[in-house]
Design a protein around this ligand. Structure first.
Ligand code: ADP
Ligand code: TRP
Length: 321
C-alpha cells in the first residue's frame, strides 16, 4: 500500500494537525510505503516571508519527526525538492474545470475571510492533485477539511485516465471520524492561520496562557453544569487524558463546586505530559543542526526516484513525448 500526505510550513504543528493527520499518518507507516512531505509550494499562496518559510519548514519537520515519523522507513521530503510536481500540476490543470475549483470550500472560506485570492490559492487543489498522483498514492490520511480536495484529485485522475488512457492511481482519503475536525480555542476549526491553535510543542508558559484562554461560558464555580460533557475544554481533555479522568471531571462539573479554571488546570497538566516524550525527542533532534537537512536530502532523492518515471508515464500518455 502506498500512503502519502503533506503539511504546510505555515506555522508550528497544532492539536488539529496532530490528531487529524500526523498521528494517523505515523500509525500508517507500518502498513506500507509512506511518502510524507512539507508542502512549501502550497505555503506560498498565503505566506510571503522567506525566512519564516525556511524556519517553519525546519520546525514542522522537527515536529513530525519528534512525534514518531521514522525517516528510515518513510520517505520524508520537502515538496519543492521535487519540482517535477509543478509540471504535472500544469498538465492536470488543463483537465480541471474552473467550476470544480470555484466550488472548493477552503477557497471560498478564505475569500470570505477577506483574503484577496491569488491564482495560486485558486489553483491550490490542482497542485495537491499533482502531489498525490505523482507518487501513485493509494491512501491519503488527512483531516476532514481536506476531503473535498481529495474528491477534486479523484475527479482529475479519472478525467486524465479517460482522456489519455489509464495512467494514474485513483486515491482514497483516510479520515478518522473521531478527530476529523479538532476545534480551536474559539470553538471554530483549529487552524494555524486563525489564531486559535494550541501548538503541540508550545513553551510551558505560552501553553498555559493559551489553555486559560479557551472560550467557555460564564457560569461560576458553584453552579452545576449538566452539559459538561460537551464543553470545549473537555473536548480537548478527551484527546489527551484517559477516560477515567474525563469521566471524573465531567461528574465534578455536573455536581457544581468545580469551575472552568480547575478544568483548564487539569487540561494543561495532561497536555504537558502527553507531549512530554515527544518534546524530549524534539530537543535531542534539534541539538544536531544538520539532522533535518540530511533527512530531507535523503528523502528528496528517494522521492524523485519514484516521481520521475510517473511523470514520464503521464508525459507519454498525453503526447509530450
Ligand atoms: P492548517 O489548517 O492549520 O494550516 P494544514 O493545512 O497544514 O493545517 O493541515 C495539515 C493537515 O492537518 C491536513 O491533513 C489537515 O486536514 C489536518 N488538520 C488541520 N487542521 C485540523 C483540525 N482542526 N482538525 C483535524 N485535522 C486538521
Ligand atoms: N492541502 C493540505 C493541507 O493544507 C496539505 C497538502 C498539500 C496535502 N498537498 C497534499 C495533503 C497532498 C495531502 C496530500 O492540509
Amino acid at each position: 500500500m502506498r500512503i502519502l500526505t503533506g503539511i504546510q510550513p505555515s506555522g508550528a504543528a497544532h492539536l488539529g494537525n496532530y490528531f487529524g493527520m500526523m498521528r494517523p499518518a505515523i500509525e500508517l507507516q507500518e502498513q506500507g510505503q509512506a511518502f510524507y512531505f512539507i508542502a512549501d509550494y502550497h505555503s506560498m499562496t498565503s505566506l510571503f516571508d522567506p525566512e519564516e518559510r525556511r524556519a517553519n519548514t525546519r520546525g514542522v519537520a522537527l515536529d513530525f519527526l519528534a512525534c514518531g515519523l521514522d525517516p528510515g522507513r518513510t520517505v520524508f521530503f520537502r515538496q519543492s525538492d521535487v519540482p517535477e510536481v509543478t509540471e504535472l500540476a500544469w498538465i492536470l490543470s488543463t483537465l480541471t474545470p474552473m467550476g470544480l475549483l470555484e466550488r472548493c470550500h477552503s477557497f471560498k472560506d478564505k475569500t470570505a475571510r477577506g483574503i484577496s485570492p491569488n491564482h495560486g490559492l485558486f489553483a491550490y487543489p490542482v497542485l495537491m492533485a499533482a502531489d498525490i498522483l505523482l507518487y501513485d498514492a493509494e491512501v491519503v490520511p488527512v483531516g476532514k477539511d481536506q476531503k473535498q480536495h481529495l474528491e477534486v484529485t479523484r475527479d482529475i485522475a479519472i478525467k486524465f485516465n479517460q482522456t489519455y488512457g489509464d495512467t494514474f492511481v485513483v486515491p482514497e482519503p483516510r479520515i478518522r471520524e473521531d478527530t476529523a475536525t479538532v476545534p480551536g480555542t474559539d470553538g471554530q476549526k483549529m487552524s494555524k492561520s486563525y489564531g486559535n491553535a494550541i501548538e503541540i510543542f508550545m513553551a510551558e508558559k505560552a501553553l498555559r496562557k493559551r489553555v486559560m484562554g479557551i472560550v467557555m461560558d460564564s457560569r461560576g464555580i458553584d453552579e452545576p453544569k449538566p452539559d459538561a460533557a460537551e464543553n470545549l475544554a473537555l473536548r480537548f481533555l478527551k484527546l489527551v487524558a484517559p477516560k477515567e479522568t474525563t469521566d471524573e471531571v465531567v461528574e465534578r462539573l455536573q455536581a457544581g463546586g468545580y469551575g472552568y479554571g480547575d478544568l483548564k488546570k487539569t487540561l494543561f497538566a495532561h497536555l504537558w505530559d502527553y507531549f512530554g516524550p515527544a518534546r524530549e525527542k524534539r530537543a535531542a533532534l534539534e541539538a544536531d543542526p544538520n539532522y533535518v537537512d540530511r533527512v530531507l536530502a535523503d528523502g528528496a532523492d528517494r522521492a524523485r526516484a519514484i516521481a520521475r518515471p510517473v511523470l514520464q508515464r503521464a508525459r507519454r500518455a498525453c503526447g509530450l513525448e
